[in-house]
Design a protein. Structure first.
Ligand code: ADP
Ligand code: ZN
Ligand code: ZN
Length: 789
């Protein structure tokens, strides 16, 4: 079976492509709290369902649709609650699936349906609310449901032999055991004692713990088990991290902070979406903490989504120091076992706080009371491959389904979120001043045309660096390009290092002696002579952080320096070490890429130099201006926290650029007004909704033909339903046409309203899945794409 996301379901499952019965399907979903749950003392396994029950199962594979099965032999129907994992025959093999719903009829020929081999979990791994969120997401993003469901679970649960929970053997009271009149046990005192103890521990007790309380005789246990009053279960060890709370109180809230907290509180526990629009350093995190404290005190769980956890150790520490635990941290860099433990802590209702990156938006939380999405504008909240979803948008959807508040926080809200706030869908809370009275940094443009640059700095900026460091402050220099130099070229013949697999130049990494492709990871060792003409006059063009570091050390030999980018922090713990050095003022000059722009607090920094963003001002993507403005404001926000006023100098060759001018004169809000007006005039998001069909193959003609065919299908659907108002572009090569040896093409769909687009996509994607895929073709659909490259 081919594991591609856009896989088509006809492989290996032809046995189930059978004629429709022609009868409308009646669905009966068994609720986990079914009123007819067994109450007698001995629930019988032999009780057969009254009608042959059809189980509708999503398979852990990139296959669209649900698959119908008959229940496994000898299963009490009450155990078949949607959300349990099942082992099912599939093609010639077997697969793990999740029971999504039950039905009375099947669309397929009942005689040909196969039976489930085994039920893998005694209780659902996903509750009804989780199933419904993920079904909604799979539907909205047009992704196979099985893939979406399993992406919400620990990886291990894709295997049939993996039990739901880790932990040791234990016992718990069954439903019958819980409702039994203890008098019925007569004079069997130890049986009565055991049952009493187990009734008081709904999650079960480890066998050892139980025996310590009731004695180690095994006979009474055996009798109770045989009577169906107790049953074996797995019991997790008690949560070991009962955290100390050194300082739950925190600073007194500023009037604006207090207002924000009060606004969320007074909206009540039900669904309301808030935009917490607060300048960097205004104390958004403090607002989150107060609200989470209240949620935890009310016995509920809080979910905090952040773009990248590794980059924000400070946020994590603050939450840990102020909030009672246990806490669960979930992100993709964790070892699988740790991630699984965190998942269980969340899903078992034990974790009070779940802090995670985008995939945590799916983690089951039985007592969810509040969702926070920090840095909601950040593009990494959108998954860019496989199941392409927006964790921010799903967080809002989830809060709506569960009925709890959701807060989207940012100093530079996305235009989508600002638009929602303007339309009244989100309530806007503002924090306009910095906490603790620190002044907001002033941004100044520095025209570098005709200037004598050294180490990427104009003479004016060099002077400023000297002044600020001499005064005992720290300086941050921002350059959004890692590596040594972006280009290595031959001065004699003009040769440039280019990736053989991508339409991209290789970046020179001097220390590693490599020319590296940042798009596919391909590299070659540094040639000593020109591969074109053998000349030895190879020259380095442009500036990356590695080279900048070298040159800065030359012109500022007296300053201590730290560089923070993906290369310099590759080693585990290195980022923390560098951040600690900076906090301890061991570093005077700090340089780095956008890793520095994310959430760090550098109270000693009084000068920020942004060296070169001119390229991104003119990038092709319509979101480029928005991203650039956000980056500038976020980097600027690192300066002048605490009591020292900050200064931000932005070097540019385009001081007249309207984006820069609006940002300088009226800040991010002013820029956003202008940008929203431009988007509206151009009919772009948030005033239109997009879907991007991407296709690629080793040969350009293959994806172009596929997209042409796809376009034809879409146009035919639109002829039938002209009211949908969807515009379909022509197939075009992607801005980076070739990557990792594959030619990339795309087709853009645009619609003024979401419903119209969704209606078309539903029918269209079903058709696309039936198209043949030859010539190594891969395709994927991206609903609400963030990145059009
Ligand atoms: P943001 O999340 O908006 O960037 P933070 O919550 O990180 O802002 O706050 C910035 C700094 O101000 C932190 O050091 C924080 O401890 C401090 N701070 C926050 N709120 C207050 C307050 N009400 N009084 C004093 N200091 C505060
Ligand atoms: Zn040459
Ligand atoms: Zn490449």
């Amino acid at each position: 079976m081919i594991h591609t996301v856009s896989g088509c379901a006809s492989v290996a499952v032809s046995w189930r492509v059978v004629p429709h019965w022609g009868r409308p399907r009646r669905r009966t979903t068994i609720s986990p709290l079914a009123a007819d749950a067994p109450t007698g003392p001995l629930p019988s396994l032999a009780a057969a369902p009254p009608v042959p029950l059809i189980l509708r199962v999503a398979i852990a594979a990139p296959l669209a649709g649900l698959f119908d099965y008959l229940p496994p032999a000898q299963t009490a129907p009450d155990g078949l609650i949607p959300g349990v994992r099942l082992l099912v025959p599939f093609g010639r093999g077997r697969r793990v699936g999740i029971l999504v719903e039950t039905a009375v009829d099947s669309d397929q020929d009942a005689a040909r349906l196969k039976s489930v081999i085994a039920q893998l979990d005694p209780v659902p791994v996903l509750a009804a609310v989780d199933l419904s969120l993920i079904r909604w997401a799979a539907d909205y993003y047009r992704q196979p449901l099985g893939e979406a469901l399993f992406s919400a679970l620990p990886v291990r649960l894709r295997r049939p032999d993996a039990p739901l929970e880790e932990g040791g053997p234990g016992l718990r009271a069954t439903a019958a055991g819980c409702t039994l009149d203890l008098a019925e046990l007569g004079r069997a005192a130890s049986q009565r004692r055991i049952l009493e103890v187990l009734r008081a521990a709904p999650a079960g007790l480890a066998t050892g713990v139980l025996k310590a309380q009731v004695g180690s005789a095994t006979a009474p246990l055996k009798v109770l088990r045989e009577r169906g009053l107790i049953e074996p279960c797995r019991v997790l060890p008690a949560e070991c991290d009962t955290p100390v709370i050194p300082d739950p109180t925190g600073p007194d809230l500023s009037p604006e902070q207090a207002q924000a907290v009060a606004a969320v509180r007074s909206a009540g526990a039900g669904f309301t979406a808030f935009l917490l629009d607060g300048v960097t350093g205004s104390g958004k995190t403090e607002v989150y903490i107060r609200l989470i404290q209240e949620v935890i005190a009310a016995g509920r769980q809080a979910l905090v989504l952040v773009p990248e956890i590794g980059l924000t150790p400070q946020l994590r520490t603050r939450l840990e120091q102020r909030l009672p635990g246990p806490h669960a941290v979930l992100h993709s860099a964790l070892p699988e076992a740790e991630r699984e433990r965190a998942w269980h802590s969340a899903a078992g209702g034990r974790a009070t706080l779940v802090l995670g990156t985008r995939s945590a938006c799916f983690v089951p939380l039985p007592r969810l009371g509040l969702i926070i999405v920090d840095e909601e504008h950040d593009a990494s909240l959108k998954q860019q491959d496989g199941f392409r979803y927006s964790a921010r948008d799903l967080a809002v959807r989830r809060a709506q389904q569960v009925g709890c508040p959701v807060i989207l926080g940012s100093a530079t809200p996305s235009l989508e979120t600002l638009h929602n706030a303007r339309a009244g869908r989100y309530r806007r809370l503002r924090l306009s001043v910095r906490a603790g009275g620190a002044a907001a940094p002033a941004i100044a443009l520095l025209d570098i045309r005709g200037q004598a640059m050294s180490a990427g700095l104009s003479p004016r900026l060099r002077e400023q660096v000297e002044l600020h460091t001499a005064a005992g402050n720290q300086v941050l220099l921002f350059l959004n390009r890692r590596g040594y130099a972006p280009v290595l070229t031959c001065h004699d013949c003009g040769w440039v290092g280019a990736c053989p697999h991508c339409d991209a130049r290789l970046t020179l990494h001097l220390r590693l002696h490599r020319l590296w492709c940042h798009h596919c990871g391909w590299f070659q060792l540094l040639p000593s002579t020109c591969p074109g003409c053998q000349s030895s006059d190879l020259r380095r063009l442009g500036l990356g952080t590695e080279r900048l570091e070298e040159e800065l050390r030359e012109i500022f030999p007296h300053l201590s320096l730290a560089r923070i980018d993906r290369d310099s922090t590759r080693r585990k713990g290195e980022l923390d070490r560098l951040l600690a050095l900076i906090r301890q003022r061991e570093v005077q000059l700090l340089l780095g890429t956008q890793m520095l722009a994310k959430g760090h607090d550098f109270p000693g920094v009084t000068l920020v130099g942004i060296l070169d963003l001119d390229q991104s001002l003119y990038a092709a993507d319509f979101r480029a201006p928005e991203r650039t403005a956000q980056l500038i404001v976020q980097v600027a926000g690192r300066a002048g926290r605490a009591q020292r006023p900050g200064r931000v100098v932005l070097q540019t060759r385009h001081p007249e650029h309207p984006l820069l001018k609006s940002l300088i004169t009226s800040g991010y809000p002013g820029f956003a007004e202008l940008a929203l007006a431009e988007r509206e005039a151009a009919g772009l998001p948030p005033y239109a909704h997009l879907a991007l069909l991407r296709a690629d193959a080793p040969d350009l003609q293959v994806p172009m033909d596929f997209l042409q065919q796809a376009r034809g299908l879409a146009m035919a659907l639109l002829v039938d339903q002209p009211g949908l108002r969807v515009q379909v572009s022509s197939p075009v090569p992607a801005p980076m046409e070739r990557r990792a040896g594959r030619y990339r093409t795309q087709l853009l769909l645009e619609c003024p309203g979401r419903p119209g687009l969704q209606t078309l996509l539903a029918a269209w994607v079903a058709q696309l899945r039936t198209l043949p895929r030859n010539g190594g073709l891969r395709w994927s659909l991206d609903v609400d794409p963030q990145d059009l490259t």
